[in-house]
Design a protein around this ligand. Structure first.
Ligand code: CAA
Length: 248
């Protein structure tokens, strides 16, 4: 059988790059997709994944725009024929306390972090169901489980991803398609480094493992859920947060 084809949104980002690498190591053909508006980051991404050659390719998308997602899939289908694995890892923050929040802070986050999940998932689900195989992994956040000061928008979108995950998991379970979420804690990415140092240090002091997570530690779990033999795990959420939030 040909390589399984994986699409990773936010694919050139802090977590996305490691997820692409890890899926490629596991033998997937990987399509990293992201905004094409950061040429420097895109160039750095090219170097970071150069060892994988054409096994990791880049295709631009704006996940908040329906047509941009359908155009993306037209190109992916033309080149690779299908999508077997979708990792929804595109996400932004607009951190601000709610009493100072403008409508744009709210809607920017919703459009990318939650509408983007609909826009990217809706077009691939039919094909996955028809072929009897699919793996959908949604990158949520510990802050979708606990809420975070300054993140009513982000926490709402990330909690929304969990509801989406569980509902879709039920709908497609009999078709060989699994839908799961991963909830990273605070990892060493640009998103977290943008948090004011004092606040970040205070958060790190509350992490039992005593440090930020590594993107590779998130990618490992995504790869686990995306594997062929993970077919009995669906509707689950896997926290990877160094013990920052524990529940059962
Ligand atoms: N907890 C409790 N009180 C807080 C607080 C906090 N975390 N942050 C600020 N406050 C206090 C302020 O000290 C202030 O108190 P006073 O009125 O008594 O002076 C009050 O709340 C009001 O604060 P402001 O509205 O003025 O807030 P601010 O402008 O100082 O900063 C903020 C708010 C920008 C949200 C800042 O707290 C912040 O950046 N917090 C970090 C948010 C965060 O963790 N984001 C995660 C980004 S990474 C990510 O999202 C990845 C992932 O999935 C984990």
């Amino acid at each position: 059988m040909d390589k399984r084809v994986a699409v990773v949104s936010g694919g050139i980002g802090g977590l996305g790059t490691e997820i692409c690498r890890r899926l490629a190591q596991a033998g997937h053909q990987v399509v990293a997709t992201d905004l094409a508006t950061r040429p420097e980051r895109l160039e750095a991404f090219g170097s970071e994944v150069s060892d994988y050659g054409d096994q990791i390719v880049f295709e631009p998308v704006d996940v908040s725009i329906v047509e941009s997602c359908s155009d993306l899939y037209a190109r992916v289908n033309e080149r690779f024929g299908r999508v077997d694995v979708l990792v929804n890892a595109a996400g932004i923050t607009r951190d601000v306390s709610f009493r100072k929040m403008q409508e744009s802070h709210w809607s920017d986050v919703m459009r990318v972090n939650l509408d983007g999940v609909y826009n990217l998932t809706r077009p691939v689900v039919d094909g996955m169901c028809e072929r009897g195989y699919g793996r959908i992994v949604n990158i949520s956040s510990v802050n979708g489980q606990t809420g975070q000061f300054g993140q009513t928008n982000y926490s709402a979108a990330k909690a929304g991803m969990h509801g989406f995950t569980m509902a879709l998991a039920r709908e497609v379970a009999r078709k060989g398609v699994t839908v799961n979420s991963v909830s990273p804690g605070y990892c060493a990415t640009q998103l977290v480094m943008a948090v004011p140092e004092k606040v970040r240090e205070q958060i790190i002091s509350q992490i039992p493992v005593g440090r930020l997570g590594e993107p590779s530690e998130i990618a490992r779990v995504v790869d686990f859920l995306a594997a062929e033999d993970a077919g009995y795990i669906t509707g689950a959420n896997i926290p990877v947060n160094g013990g920052y939030f524990m529940s059962f």
